[in-house]
Design a binder for this molecule. Structure first.
Ligand code: MRU
Length: 357
C-alpha cells in the first residue's frame, strides 16, 4: 500500500512499493484535489519537476534521488560502461529541469558518485537504493533540526511572516521556515503565521495555508502587497523564509518576492531568517549574482488561475521564479547544523568545518 501524505505528514515524495516508480503528491492540484502520480520514466520526472507537480528545493532533490534509483533499475542488464553513460545522461537531463534550487544537482551528483566509484552494476543498484533512502531520511532529520533551531528564536504568541511554501510538502517532514510553527504546535506552543500568497504561482495560498490550517496552526493568508501593512501593525516579530540556494557569502535565492519581504522587514526592524538544510548551501557559488535564476512561462502571469486572460494577449511579461536576498538583509541563516550569523562568508565556512555529523 502506498504511504500517503496524510499518513505520514512526511513529505510529498515516496518510492513506490515495487520500487519501480517515484510516487508524488501532485502539488499543482492542492488544495482542492489529492492526486498521486506514478513517475516511472525520466521524462515523467522531468515534467513533474518542471511544472511544479513536485517542488520545493529538498523535495525536488529527494524526487531526483529516487528517480536515479528507479532509472538505474531499468538499466540493470547493461554492461557497466553503457549503464554509467546512460544513467549519467539521464541525471544531466533531470538536473536541467530547473536551474536554481541546488538540491536537485546536489542529489543527482551524490547518486552518480556511487556509479563513478564502483563498477558492478548489481552492487551499484543496491547502493543507489540505500543512498536514495538516506537522502530522504537525512532530510527528515535536517528539517527537524532546522525547526528546533527556529523554535528557539521564538516566544509563544509571536507573529511570523513567511513567503512561498516550505512545509512537509516541499521537503520531507516539518519543513524548514514553517517547521518551527508546526513543531511548536506539536508541543502546545502557538504562533500566528502570516502567509504571503506568493504570486504568481500562489504556493503560499495553495500550499502553506493548507498545511498550517490542516495542522491547526493559526494562519492568516495575505496578498504579497499586504506584508508591509501587517508589519506596520506590529503583528510580525520575525520573518522566516526558505531558500533554494545559499551562496558562500550568505546571499540567498528563494521564491520571487523574498527579497522584498527582507527589505520591508529591515525598515520595520524585524529580524529575517532564511531557513534551510545544509544541502541547500552551495559553497562553490561565491555570491548571489552567480546563481542562475529560472525564468518561467509568461502565461503563469497572464492567464493561469483566471476564467479569462487577465492581461492582453501578446503583452510582455517578466516572470522570474526566484530573487536573491542580499546577505546584508538577513539576521541569520537557520540550518540543521546551527544558526549562522554574520559575517556569513566566514561563518558558513566554519559550519562545514565543524559539522556535527
Ligand atoms: O518554485 P518553488 O515553489 O519550487 O520555490 C520554492 C521555494 O522558493 C521554497 O522557499 C524553497 O524551495 C525552500 S522549500 C523548503
Amino acid at each position: 500500500m502506498k504511504a500517503t501524505y496524510e499518513d505520514r505528514m512526511g513529505g510529498s515524495v515516496h518510492l513506490s512499493e515495487d520500487e519501480r516508480s517515484v510516487i508524488i503528491l501532485d502539488q499543482t492540484e492542492l488544495p482542492n484535489r489529492t492526486i498521486y502520480l506514478d513517475l516511472d520514466t525520466a521524462e515523467k520526472i522531468y515534467d513533474a519537476i518542471k511544472r511544479l507537480a513536485v517542488r520545493g528545493a529538498p523535495a525536488i532533490g529527494i524526487c531526483a534521488a529516487y528517480g536515479i534509483y528507479i532509472l538505474a533499475r531499468q538499466l540493470e542488464n547493461e554492461p557497466y560502461a553503457s549503464f554509467k553513460e546512460k544513467l549519467t545522461e539521464k541525471g544531466d537531463y533531470l538536473i536541467s529541469s530547473r536551474p536554481t534550487a541546488v538540491n536537485l544537482s546536489w542529489a543527482v551528483k551524490r547518486m552518480l558518485k556511487i556509479v563513478e566509484d564502483n563498477d558492478d552494476v548489481k552492487k551499484i543498484i543496491n547502493l543507489l537504493h540505500d543512498e536514495s533512502i538516506a537522502i530522504h531520511n537525512e532530510d527528515i532529520e535536517m528539517c527537524y533540526r532546522v525547526s528546533e533551531y527556529g523554535l528557539s528564536l521564538l516566544k509563544p504568541g509571536d507573529g511570523i511572516l513567511t513567503h512561498c511554501n516550505t512545509g512537509p510538502l516541499a521537503t520531507s517532514k516539518y519543513g524548514t521556515a514553517i517547521g518551527p510553527a508546526l513543531l511548536g504546535k506539536e508541543r502546545g506552543i502557538d504562533f500566528h503565521v502570516y502567509a504571503d500568497e506568493t504570486r504568481p504561482l500562489l504556493q503560499g495560498a495553495r500550499l502553506t495555508s493548507y498545511e498550517l490550517h490542516k495542522a491547526g496552526v493559526d494562519v492568516t493568508l495575505i496578498c504579497d502587497n499586504m506584508a508591509s501593512q501587517v508589519m506596520k501593525n506590529g503583528w510580525v516579530q520575525a520573518c522566516f523564509v526558505g531558500c533554494d540556494r545559499i551562496a558562500a557569502n550568505g546571499d540567498v535565492a528563494n521564491k520571487i518576492g523574498t527579497s522584498g519581504v527582507a527589505i520591508l522587514a529591515k525598515h520595520y526592524g524585524i529580524p529575517v531568517y532564511s531557513c534551510g538544510p545544509t544541502s541547500t548551501i552551495d559553497t562553490n557559488c561565491p555570491t548571489g549574482s552567480d546563481i542562475k535564476i529560472e525564468l518561467r512561462d509568461p502565461e503563469e502571469i497572464r492567464t493561469m488561475w483566471y476564467k479569462e486572460p487577465m492581461a492582453p494577449e501578446g503583452v510582455k511579461c517578466y516572470n522570474p521564479s526566484f530573487d536573491v536576498t542580499d546577505h546584508e538583509l538577513l539576521t541569520g541563516i537557520i540550518t540543521d547544523q546551527g544558526i549562522v550569523y554574520p559575517p556569513f562568508d566566514v561563518n558558513l565556512k566554519k559550519l562545514f568545518e565543524n559539522r556535527k555529523d
